[in-house]
Design a protein around this ligand. Structure first.
Ligand code: GDG
Length: 461
């Protein structure tokens, strides 16, 4: 009999330290799992700083901090997770670094996370492990606690076989993941890529995978979504509208506002969208319209060299575009390099005309979905990369673009800015229906139901 208690294992805890207090970290994952975890759940992860903390209860959830020292952060976090796996899994848009010295710490952090989960999870309960930092946790946890039902969800893409093959430790990662009962991905394409990688490692059956010890491991797509109610509540608040109008007025009430909202990450294609915007201005395609681009870029992983370079490139482009096309008091690009409160973000979504989401690779992209449900009217337009997971759900409502094709990017921006009102409304209302139909609570319930399900050999016997 499977028990319902849930232990989550993720790189970060659902709380962070502010002064002497723990405060909730915002984010869809926390919102989605809070109702499930309340009163009987635990969350294992890193606090985000270098202090040692004892386990504690926050908001009804048992929080189990795992300490990471500087070497863990250098070799496991900045190294293997973010300089090897992140670029490799994002279609190698930056050259992945393979440094053999990082591996031991990566294994060690995964082992400590698994041990922390093993010592807290009740007998026969559920454990849900998240994301690329922790792919070795499922097998280690199964070794320690064979009674548990173990799920894993990858938030980022799983790479095509030929890319995955480059990874010196690929077999260990496949075996790590196959310690799970359910391995979840954002899209069918990611799940297929994983099946193929496991097959190539000699571990697979035709559809579901058979692990070496004879267990059946369910491999499937579980497209993540957003907390629809949270975005809608803010969207309906008159204060959000008033702020949106103020921001638009501060911009000088331009004819068209393009908007980008991203972590400042080289996978997000911020540079190519700014280049396309520059081309659009250069081409004169929008005539004498007053057009601006607002780019919110949240600081991210600044200890990793490729991220520092990505920031330099974006800031160089912002300067170049304003220098070339701006007038005194009227920049064409408004650039914010800091995190904004979520209610301000929703106002941004409301005041923008064209949301530009152009990653080279992205597991899902929640910004696209937040934009869709934050509109008070259905007049916005979404320009969306074909390489975002969200494109598999929003392909018939967004203007899809290939971020590797500069001309297509420029014409997509022009088309979005000139789409008829009728077309805009038709697309956005269908997009809203799609996003509302699968929100983050549906996503977590869908995954956990599969995890509790009757699908493993253990239960078929
Ligand atoms: C990974 C995968 C997958 C952004 N700026 C601000 C802010 N945000 C919030 C957004 C959104 C979140 O950050 C970004 O989520 P994304 O999905 O767009 O991208 P990643 O951070 O790369 O997330 C991705 C996701 O995991 C979930 O599985 O979709 O593919 O890469 O929610 O609202 N929030 C606030 N201020 C900001 O300035 N408060």
């Amino acid at each position: 009999m499977v028990r319902r208690e849930l232990t989550v294992v993720a790189n970060r805890l659902p709380v962070r330290r502010k002064g002497d207090e723990w405060i909730s970290s915002p984010g869809g994952l926390v919102t989605a799992l809070k109702p499930v975890l309340k009163d009987s759940g635990s969350w294992v992860g890193w606090s985000g700083d270098s202090e040692h903390y004892e386990p504690f209860i926050h908001d009804g959830i048992s929080v189990i901090p795992v300490h990471l020292d500087q070497r863990d952060l250098d070799e496991h976090y900045a190294g293997f997770s973010n300089a090897t796996l992140w670029p490799l899994y994002h279609h190698a848009v930056r050259e992945p670094v393979f440094d053999a010295q990082w591996w031991d710490r990566h294994v060690d952090v995964n082992r400590r996370m698994a041990e922390a989960a093993a010592s807290t999870a009740p007998k026969d309960s559920l454990v849900w492990v998240h994301d690329y930092h922790l792919q070795l946790v499922p097998s280690e946890l199964r070794r320690l606690r064979p009674d548990l039902r173990i799920g894993f969800f990858l938030h980022i893409p799983f790479p095509p076989h030929e890319l995955f093959q480059r990874l010196p430790r690929r077999r260990e990662l496949i075996d790590g993941l196959l310690g799970s009962d359910v391995v979840g991905f954002q899209t069918d394409g990611d799940a297929d890529n994983f099946r193929r990688a496991a097959h190539a490692a000699g571990r697979s059956g035709p559809t579901d995978l058979v692990a070496t010890d004879g267990r059946i491991v369910v491999v499937d797509a579980f497209p993540i979504s957003i907390d629809v109610a949270a975005s809608q509540d803010l969207a309906e608040d008159p204060a959000t509208h008033a702020r949106a109008a103020r921001i638009r007025a501060d911009l000088g009430n331009p004819d068209v506002v393009f908007l980008g909202v991203d972590r400042l990450d080289y996978t997000k294609g911020i540079d190519v969208r700014l280049e396309a915007f520059g081309q659009l201005l250069e081409s004169g395609a929008l005539g004498r319209s007053d057009v601006v681009f607002v780019q919110i870029a949240v600081p991210s992983r600044e200890t990793v060299e490729d991220y520092r370079e990505a920031r330099e490139r974006v800031e160089q482009l912002v300067g170049q575009l304003n220098g070339t096309y701006g007038r005194i008091g009227h920049p064409v690009v408004h650039y914010v390099h800091r995190e904004l409160p979520f209610d301000v973000l929703v106002s941004m979504y409301q005041m923008g005309d064209v949301m530009v989401v152009t990653p080279f690779a992205d597991g899902m992209n929640l910004v696209a979905k937040e934009f869709v449900v934050s509109r008070d009217n259905d007049e916005g337009v979404l320009v969306l990369s074909e390489f975002a997971g969200a494109a598999s759900e929003l392909d018939d409502v967004a203007i899809l673009v290939n971020p590797y094709d500069p001309e297509a990017m420029t014409s997509a921006l022009a088309r979005a800015a000139t789409l008829s009102l009728e077309d805009r409304v038709a697309r956005m209302s269908r997009a809203r229906t799609t996003v509302v139909a699968n929100d983050v609570h549906d996503w977590s319930a869908g995954f956990l139901n599969r995890l509790k399900g009757e699908t493993t050999l253990r239960e078929l016997k």
